[in-house]
Design a protein around this ligand. Structure first.
Ligand code: NIG
Ligand code: FE
Length: 400
């Protein structure tokens, strides 16, 4: 048993923040949460294997980072400088850089190198309070390398305390010298059957974008994925408005992500279909682009998520930083940004049903203890990582 008591704040769930509160954990789940006096009466800290005096501290759910491309090799830091000189993300990709350059690096890398890279990124994510992270394939763009990436994701999930949720993204870019339509067919006819047989991937994602995959090509890939039991996700309306959000609603996607150019109608269609809008404020920050506006999505009744989008174009592994940019750039209230980074992330990964992203009784004991008197410090203290301790499935996995 683990008991954290006397916390300045326990963030239980969206809209539920307790002061001078305690939380008890047993068998990997939260078994009690409430006022310290009540919780310690039932679960005395002196009987616990681990008692945390959380005086002056905040206890909150571990972050659920629902959109990353964290498995890669190579270095694209020079593209950061090129973009600052005025080259666009699309120009760089069209010239064989960007995603296509990472594809060359990943094809050349060994499995051990890929795994080592990913594990070191997961260490940084854990140190910043993340307990569940979605990671996409999509830097292989051929059957063999896509399967290799998914296999490395499964290994990382076994070897690292952070839960790794694997997404197949064979339709992340059109390989050099290939036609988008013909390549989409290859994803459907050649890659997807092998991915399904391998049995690692849970989601299937597509970059639905001008100059990448059209709505029709994206639909083909996502519908074929559904046939194989993979839940759709869509990179939608990132650089232009193409119709990816409406597609996400039509195919019953778990999430539609980016949404910088989405309209009110798109927001309503997603909310109606129960698709989680995932905002990636770090990407807009890094590109110097205009931020997505969460207001129409919230007004339409959707539950928004925010995620890091960690990838070579957006080198941030910190969900705390994502909350800062969500607050300052997207005008989200701190409590809403925290909700989007925890419960919202769980919704984007179809994991809200078991309480992931919350600390209610019965929720998985995935939590962080912060050296901060309130959750507001997460976005507010943007140069300091306040995470002191992380618990995953009831086990202390990081202890400063
Ligand atoms: O979500 N937009 C497409 N995919 C990634 C970027 C991947 C890359 O540039 O390597 C994204 O931002
Ligand atoms: Fe992405």
């Amino acid at each position: 048993m683990l008991v954290a008591h006397g916390a300045s704040e326990v963030v239980v769930a969206p809209g539920e923040v307790l002061e001078d509160a305690a939380l008890a954990v047993e068998g990997g789940r939260v078994v009690a949460v409430g006022p310290t006096a009540e919780v310690v009466r039932e679960h005395p800290p002196e009987n616990a294997e681990r008692a945390i005096d959380a005086g002056g501290k905040t206890v909150m759910p571990g972050f659920v980072d629902s959109h990353t491309h964290a498995l890669f090799a190579g270095d694209r830091s020079d593209e950061f400088a090129a973009k600052l000189r005025g080259e666009s993300y699309g120009d760089i990709l069209a010239a064989g850089g960007g995603i296509l350059r990472t594809v060359r690096s990943v094809r050349e890398a060994s499995d051990e190198e890929l795994l080592g890279n990913l594990l070191s990124h997961l260490d940084v994510m854990l140190a910043n309070g993340t307990t569940t992270v979605e990671v996409k394939s999509g830097y292989g763009l051929d059957r063999e390398t896509e399967l290799r990436m998914l296999d490395v994701l499964a290994r990382a999930n076994r070897e690292h305390p952070v839960d790794v949720v694997p997404t197949f993204m064979g339709a992340h870019a059109v390989p050099e010298g290939r036609d988008a339509d013909e390549y989409a067919d290859e994803v459907v006819d050649d890659q997807l059957p092998a991915v399904a047989e391998q049995g690692v991937a849970e989601f299937c994602d597509v970059f639905c974008e001008e100059g990448v995959f059209s709505v029709e090509q994206s639909r083909r890939v996502l519908e074929a994925g559904v046939e194989y039991g993979l839940t759709p996700k869509v990179h939608a309306e990132e650089l232009s408005r193409l119709g990816g959000a409406q597609l996400a609603a039509e195919v019953g996607a778990a999430s539609a992500d980016h949404l910088l150019h989405a309209t009110r109608e798109d927001a309503e269609a997603l909310a109606e279909a129960g698709v989680t809008p995932v905002f990636l404020p770090g990407t807009a920050f890094g590109l110097g682009a205009e931020y997505a506006d969460p207001a129409p999505f919230v007004e339409a009744g959707a539950t928004p998520a925010i995620a890091t989008d960690f990838n070579p174009n957006c080198f941030s592994r910190s969900m705390g930083f994502a909350t800062t940019v969500a607050c300052v750039g997207m005008r989200m209230a701190p409590a809403d940004a925290i909700a989007a980074a925890t419960h919202g992330g769980a919704c984007a990964l179809d994991r809200e049903g078991d309480g992931t992203g919350t600390l209610r009784e019965g929720s998985p004991a995935d939590l962080q203890v912060l050296d901060a008197t309130s959750h507001v410090h997460v976005p507010y203290d943007f140069d300091t990582n306040r995470v002191e301790c992380v618990v995953k499935a009831g086990e202390v996995v990081l202890d400063d």
